[in-house]
Design a protein around this ligand. Structure first.
Ligand code: AMP
Length: 568
C-alpha cells in the first residue's frame, strides 16, 4: 500500500504496529482482542490515524483488505461515553442490502463495549421497523442510497447531527446508478462533516465526487506497490473461489486431495485458528494451532511436535508465524485472501525453498475476487483458479492412495502370515472377491471421513465482475442474449420501461439490489429494448423482485413489472 506524499503517514512496511499505537480507545481495543484480531492490516495502519485526526480520506481498497474496520473504528471513536442524543452521528452508504447488513454487523461488533446503536436501512424491509428504530435513537446508520433518500424525503432520517459520512464501495454504487442519489444525500449533510470514500477502483467519476465533496483528503492506494518478480518465489499457485459457508468443507477436501507432507494454513484471527485446527483434527489430521494468544511455552510445544513429525499441519495467524522457519513445508494455504499483496508474498515464500516444489493455495470468497487480481498484478505471477474437487474427485483420489498403499505392501511387506486366510477363503469364494473385500477393509481403515457435501461452483467472473460478464457497458448498450443454458434456475422479468425512458443496465441492477435481498451478482442477463427491459433473476426470488419493483420507482418513474411471456 502506498500513501501519496500528502498522506503524511509513515510507510506501511515499518515495524509491526499495534491497534493501541493507532490511538484507539480502550473499549475498541478490547473489542478487537475479543474478536481475535492480532494486528492492524496495512489499510487500517494507514487509515485509522488520519481519520481519528478528523481528515477526509479517499481510499482505494478492495474487500479483504480490512477496510470496513478501517472506517468503522474511527467513527466509533467519536461516540461519547455518556448518554447520547437520538440523531445519527455517522452515515455509511453502501451499494447493496447484503453489504448494509454486513457492515452494520461489523460496526455493532466493534462498538459493542461502547454501546453503539447501529441500524441497517435498505429496501425490501418494512419501513415501519426502520422508522421506530430511528425514533428510539441511533448512532450509526448503514444504508443503501435509495432507501436513505426515501427516509430523508420523509424527514425520518435526521442529518443535522452527522459528523461523518462514509461512501463504501463507491464505484459499485455509481455502477448501480446511484450517482444522483449520492449527490443529493451529500448535499443534505452538514458542510463541516468528515467524508470518507472507499472504492476498489478509481474511475474519473469517483475523482469527480471526491473533488466536489472531500476536503483536502488523505489518499491511500492499496496494491500500487510493486514486488520485484525475483522476490516472489516460484511455487505452484492456485485459488479456489467458494462462498464463506463452504470454506471449511473446501479446505478439508483440498487438503485430502493434495495430501501435503507438511502444510501451514494461515487464518486472519485467533478464533478462526482454533476453529479450523479443531475441524481439521476431526477430519483425521494432526493439526496444531498457533496464535498470539498462546504463551511462549505453548508455542514451543507446538513447534517441537512439528519438528518431531507428530503434527503435520500448522494453523496460524501471520503474527504467530512470523519468524518461524519450518524446513519441511510443502504447502501454504491461505484460508482467506491476505490483507495485502506483500503479506501474500511473505506467506508463500515459506515453501518452494532450495529447489523443492512448493504449492500455495488461496481460498477466495466471491466478493474478494478483485483482491486476488490485485495480488496477481503486484506479484506479476499467475494464480490459477481451480475447481473445488468434487466428491467423485475425492473418492478417486482416496482409492488411488489405497491402491498405492497396497502396491507398496505387495512390494515391501512379508505377507506370508496372511496366506492361510486367503487360501481358506479361496475354497469358498473367487480370489477376486476376496481381494475386493480386503481392499474395502484397508480403504476404510485408512481413516476415510464421510464427505458428501455439495459445494456449489462459483465462476471466476462472480462478484462485481459479473457485470462485465453480462456485457453491461453503459447507456444504450444491448447486451447479447445469454447462451442457451446459462439461465438455469433463472426467470425473465418484463419491466415496462426501456431505452426511450433512459433506462440503463445499472438502473435495473440498482433498483433490484436496492429493494430486494438480491445482490448485483445474482442478476442475470439484462436486455434493454426501446420500450421495455427484460431481466433475468433467480426463479426463487422472482415474486419478491416483482413485488418490490412494483412498489418502487425506476429512475423516478413507476413501471409495469411482471414475469415475461416466453413466447415473445
Ligand atoms: P473487509 O475488507 O473490511 O471486508 O474485511 C475482511 C475481513 O477481515 C473481515 O472478515 C474482517 O472481520 C477481517 N479483519 C479486518 N481487520 C482485521 C484484522 N486487523 N485482523 C484480522 N481480521 C481482520
Amino acid at each position: 500500500m502506498t500513501p501519496t506524499p500528502d498522506a503524511d503517514r509513515s510507510n506501511a512496511n515499518a515495524e509491526p504496529v499495534t491497534f493501541a499505537d493507532l490511538g484507539l480507545r480502550p473499549e475498541l481495543l478490547s473489542a478487537l482482542t475479543g474478536l481475535g484480531y492480532e494486528e492492524p492490516t496495512p489499510v487500517q495502519r494507514e487509515t485509522i490515524p488520519p481519520l481519528i485526526a478528523g481528515r477526509d480520506l479517499l481510499g482505494q481498497a478492495a474487500t479483504g483488505t480490512g477496510k470496513t474496520a478501517a472506517f468503522a473504528l474511527p467513527l466509533l471513536q467519536r461516540l461519547g461515553a455518556g448518554p447520547r442524543g437520538k440523531r445519527p452521528v455517522a452515515l455509511v452508504l453502501v451499494p447493496t442490502r447484503e453489504l448494509a447488513i454486513q457492515v452494520s454487523e461489523a460496526v455493532h461488533r466493534y462498538g459493542r463495549e461502547i454501546g453503539a446503536r447501529v441500524l441497517p436501512i435498505y429496501g425490501g424491509q418494512p419501513i415501519g421497523r426502520q422508522l421506530s428504530a430511528l425514533d428510539r435513537g441511533i448512532d450509526v446508520v448503514v444504508a443503501t442510497p435509495g432507501r436513505a433518500l426515501d427516509h430523508i424525503g420523509r424527514g425520518t432520517l435526521p442529518l443535522d447531527g452527522l459528523e461523518v459520512v462514509v461512501l463504501d464501495e463507491a464505484d459499485e454504487m455509481l455502477d448501480m446508478g446511484f450517482a444522483e442519489d449520492i449527490e443529493a444525500i451529500l448535499l443534505s449533510t452538514p458542510a463541516g462533516r468528515q467524508t470518507v470514500l472507499f472504492s476498489a477502483t478509481m474511475p474519473a467519476r469517483i475523482d469527480g465526487i471526491a473533488r466536489r465533496h472531500l476536503r483536502n483528503p488523505v489518499r491511500i492506494h492499496m496494491g500500487r506497490e510493486q514486488v520485484d518478480p525475483g522476490q516472489a518465489p516460484l511455487v505452484r499457485q492456485m485459488a479456489y473461489v467458494v462462498p464463506r459457508a463452504f470454506k471449511t468443507a473446501t479446505l478439508g477436501r483440498i487438503l485430502d486431495v493434495e495430501s501435503p507432507a507438511a502444510a501451514i494454513v494461515f487464518c486472519r484471527t485467533r478464533d478462526e485458528v482454533d476453529q479450523i485446527a479443531g475441524t481439521l483434527n476431526g477430519r483425521g489430521y494432526r493439526a496444531e494451532a498457533l496464535h498470539g494468544g498462546m504463551t511462549q511455552e505453548q508455542r514451543d510445544r507446538v513447534m517441537a511436535r512439528l519438528r518431531a513429525g507428530t503434527a503435520d499441519l500448522l494453523v496460524a495467524t501471520d503474527v504467530a508465524a512470523r519468524g518461524l522457519d519450518i524446513e519441511q513445508l510443502t504447502h501454504v494455504v491461505n484460508y482467506e485472501v491476505p490483507s495485502a499483496p506483500d503479506s501474500y508474498v511473505h506467506r508463500i515464500g515459506r515453501v518452494g525453498r532450495a529447489g523443492r516444489e512448493g504449492v500455495a493455495i488461496t481460498l477466495v470468497e466471491p466478493r474478494e475476487h478483485r483482491m486476488l487480481k490485485t495480488i496477481e498484478r503486484v506479484t506479476k505471477q499467475k494464480i490459477t483458479v481451480e475447481k473445488v474437487p468434487t466428491t467423485a474427485d475425492l473418492r478417486s483420489r482416496r482409492l488411488e492412495l489405497t491402491r498405492a498403499a497396497l502396491e507398496e505392501s505387495i512390494l515391501e511387506d512379508d505377507l506370508e502370515g496372511f496366506r492361510v486366510v486367503v487360501e481358506t477363503l479361496a475354497d469358498k469364494f473367487d480370489v477376486m472377491e476376496v481381494a475386493l473385500a480386503a481392499v474395502k477393509l484397508a480403504h476404510e481403515a485408512s481413516g476415510v471421513v464421510a464427505d458428501d457435501e455439495e459445494i456449489p461452483e462459483v465462476t471466476s467472473s462472480a462478484g462485481r465482475d459479473g457485470r462485465e460478464a453480462r456485457g453491461d457497458k453503459g447507456p444504450g448498450s444491448r447486451p447479447p442474449r445469454p447462451p442457451r443454458g446459462s439461465g438455469a434456475g433463472m426467470t425473465r422479468l418484463f419491466v415496462g420501461a426501456g431505452r426511450s425512458a433512459g433506462i440503463r443496465p445499472q438502473d435495473i441492477v440498482g433498483a433490484i439490489a436496492g429493494e430486494t435481498r438480491l445482490s448485483g451478482r445474482d442478476i442475470g442477463a439484462i436486455e434493454i429494448a426501446d420500450r421495455f427491459t427484460l431481466v433475468e433473476v433467480p426463479e426463487a426470488a422472482a415474486d419478491e423482485v416483482v413485488a418490490a419493483l412494483k412498489a418502487s420507482t425506476i429512475k423516478g418513474k413507476k413501471a409495469t413489472v411482471r414475469r415475461a411471456h416466453e413466447d415473445r
